[in-house]
Design a protein around this ligand. Structure first.
Ligand code: ADP
Length: 244
């Protein structure tokens, strides 16, 4: 369902992604781990085309972007709709209610009617356990609740793939569980997900595949059981020994 070929991205002289190849099947949950600065966030942002890769191809659900050619902003905007991004810092509009935040994309980008978008927003907010917070503003919500609004907002665009960039790392520890539970439920429903996280328990329990990135390349990947207990590469062993 997702094919990524030779994906490269530099910022000036800093070669951040040095040729990423990856295939993900529909319904798979892939967890990306690796040291800070290894390119995990940049990789997710490239998939969402918040950063435009320098080279390589991404295909999602039959649509392909070839970044070795010049890509039109309109094509980028369309391709972006295939992925829903959940950010570490929630990025909600502070002056809008939960309902308003979740409706915004469907109304402005997908040109849905307000009635249709509101009904859908209600559905997705209920799904993330916030059916009673439709009219609350972000400042009236806990970090965990705000992040669940962020998840509902991404779901409301009905993407093929959900991308999560350290979704729980800004949260107080007691709020992490609710967000992970929502993500686990989504995974069980068959959502295709790519998750950057430090939550190794989540990776062990939910991931179909764990990918260890370092220095802008995929060093090693495999089923969580295998990667966590019998890593093959020295760099993977070193990293795991530091975090476990
Ligand atoms: P990770 O998510 O694994 O911590 P990042 O993708 O955030 O890694 O960062 C990888 C490298 O890319 C870092 O050296 C970072 O400074 C650099 N980088 C990321 N985004 C930008 C940007 N917008 N402009 C310049 N450098 C960036």
């Amino acid at each position: 369902m997702i094919f990524i070929q030779r994906l490269k991205k530099s910022f000036g002289d800093n070669k951040v992604l040095k040729g990423i190849d990856l295939e993900i099947e529909k319904g798979q949950v892939v967890v990306l781990i690796g040291p800070s600065g290894s390119g995990k966030t940049t990789f997710l942002r490239c998939l969402n085309v918040l950063e435009v890769p320098d080279e390589g191809k991404i295909a999602i659900g039959g649509q392909t972007m070839d970044f070795s050619k010049k890509v039109h902003p309109k094509a980028i905007a369309e391709f972006r709709r295939l992925t829903g991004m959940v950010f570490q810092g929630y990025n909600l509009f502070p002056h809008m209610t939960s309902l308003g935040n979740v409706m915004e994309g469907p109304v402005t980008v997908k040109k849905e009617s307000r009635e249709e978008a509101a009904a859908k927003a209600e559905y997705f907010l209920a799904k993330v356990g916030l059916g009673d917070k439709l009219e609350a503003y972000p400042f009236q919500l806990s970090g965990g609740q705000q992040q669940r609004v962020g998840i509902a907002r991404a779901l409301a665009m009905e993407p093929n793939v959900m991308l999560f960039d350290e979704p729980t790392s800004a949260l107080d520890p007691e709020l992490v569980g609710d967000v992970l539970k929502v993500m686990k439920d989504l995974a069980e429903e068959g959502m295709t997900m790519i998750v950057v996280t430090h939550e190794m328990r989540f990776a062990r329990e939910v991931a179909d595949k764990v990918i260890f990135m370092d220095g802008g390349v995929i060093v090693e990947s495999g089923a969580p059981d295998k990667l966590f207990t019998k890593p093959e590469k020295e760099r993977t062993k070193q990293f795991l020994s530091m975090i476990q």
